[in-house]
Design a protein around this ligand. Structure first.
Ligand SMILES: Nc1nc2c(ncn2[C@@H]2O[C@H](COP(=O)(O)OP(=O)(O)OP(=O)(O)O)[C@@H](O)[C@H]2O)c(=O)[nH]1
Ligand SMILES: [Mg+2]
Length: 316
């Protein structure tokens, strides 16, 4: 996600192009309903809105978000106040941005030093690679970043995080595999305070949201962090795998109930036609989406900007 080209405008359009290509499957899923409006093929009327409704539901946008997106349009079209495809498109995009924006807020880096981020989620959702990419990006922004290999479950998990740390020349706190993840988190936060770091990012082992013991383990990690640094972790970041579609909602709900999640990352949107689930998950969970992953390259992990996301989904 870092800007390596040095040419800001180029890199910005490059980022947008990557977002667009990463969302290609979802876009083609939406295309049926949206092409008609974008290219002015269909007459504005109740049938067009029904088609749009179906299209949004198929892309996993969800009942509630879909009704919200279309409610005003339905009324205005039925009262003949909107007759042009262009107007329908503009309203639609505006509403979609609204749904995605309602819970957005920036990470409060400036309010805490060190700012502590605890990264959680099920196995393979993309936690460790997300941490690697974010750490690199924030280091390039000039922040003093410390990583913590809190996934002590497998030796390979520690090595995976260490590899990211070495590549970006970032310090990484480790213990041997099998160690208590709370102890690693404790060491890391203590070291960050002592060394005057700006940011600590703690990796954790993947776990199912239904595994009570493993959820308790994460609660303990949170408690221990809060004991050394009251108020920390400042961000409990839940990483969701975009390819699981609607299931991410029940998954996120259980993680949130157990651990009070502050923000969401949705990875692997390049691998799904159901990227509309972002509308659903932010609305249901009332949580901000911090980053989205649209591929495996560092620049494929992008800060989530509702306007850009909607522009990438719907051309025109
Ligand atoms: N296509 C694609 N692959 C991704 C994306 N984000 C992560 N991945 C891949 O997903 C795989 C799993 O990523 P990890 O970061 O190891 O996942 P994890 O959550 O740390 O996994 P555990 O530690 O086993 O729980 C890796 O091969 C990543 O490259 C994405 O946005 N798109
Ligand atoms: Mg991992």
């Amino acid at each position: 996600m870092a800007d390596e080209s040095g040419a800001e405008s180029d890199s910005k359009s490059g980022f947008f192009a990557r977002l667009k290509s990463g969302l290609a499957k979802t876009r083609s899923n939406l295309a049926g309903g949206f092409d008609n409006i974008v290219h002015g093929k269909a007459k504005v009327g109740p049938e067009l809105l029904e088609e749009l409704e179906e299209t949004l539901l198929i892309a996993d946008v969800g009942m509630q978000a879909t009704s919200y997106i279309l409610e005003d349009l339905k009324r205005e079209v039925s009262q003949n106040r909107i007759r042009e495809n262009k107007e329908v498109l503009a309203q639609l995009k505006q509403r979609m941005v609204q749904v995605l924006s309602q819970h957005q807020k920036p990470l409060a880096f400036s309010e805490h030093n060190p700012f502590v981020i605890l990264v959680i989620g099920v196995n393979g959702s993309g936690k460790t690679t997300t941490i690697g990419k974010l750490a690199r990006h924030w280091k390039q922004e000039g922040k003093k970043v410390l990583l913590a290999a809190g996934d002590t479950f497998r030796a390979a998990a520690i090595e995976q995080l260490q590899a990211w740390a070495e590549k970006s020349d970032i310090p990484c706190i480790i213990q041997k595999s099998g160690a208590d993840p709370s102890a690693v988190a404790y060491d890391a936060v203590q070291a960050a305070v002592a060394r005057g770091m700006d940011l600590v990012i703690i990796d954790t082992a993947g776990r199912l949201q239904t595994n009570t013991n493993l959820m308790e383990e994460l609660k303990k990690v949170k408690r221990v962090i809060g004991k050394i640094l009251p108020g920390a972790p400042h961000e409990t970041l839940l990483v969701l795998d975009g390819t699981i579609g609607q299931n991410s909602i029940s998954q996120a709900r259980l993680f949130n109930e157990a651990l009070e999640v502050d923000g969401l990352v949705m990875t692997k949107l390049d691998g799904t036609a159901k990227g509309g689930v972002l509308f659903n998950v932010t609305g249901e969970l009332k949580l901000p989406i911090r980053f989205v992953g649209v591929g495996e390259k560092p620049e494929d992990l992008q800060e989530f900007i509702p306007e850009k996301f909607v522009d990438a989904l719907i051309p025109g």
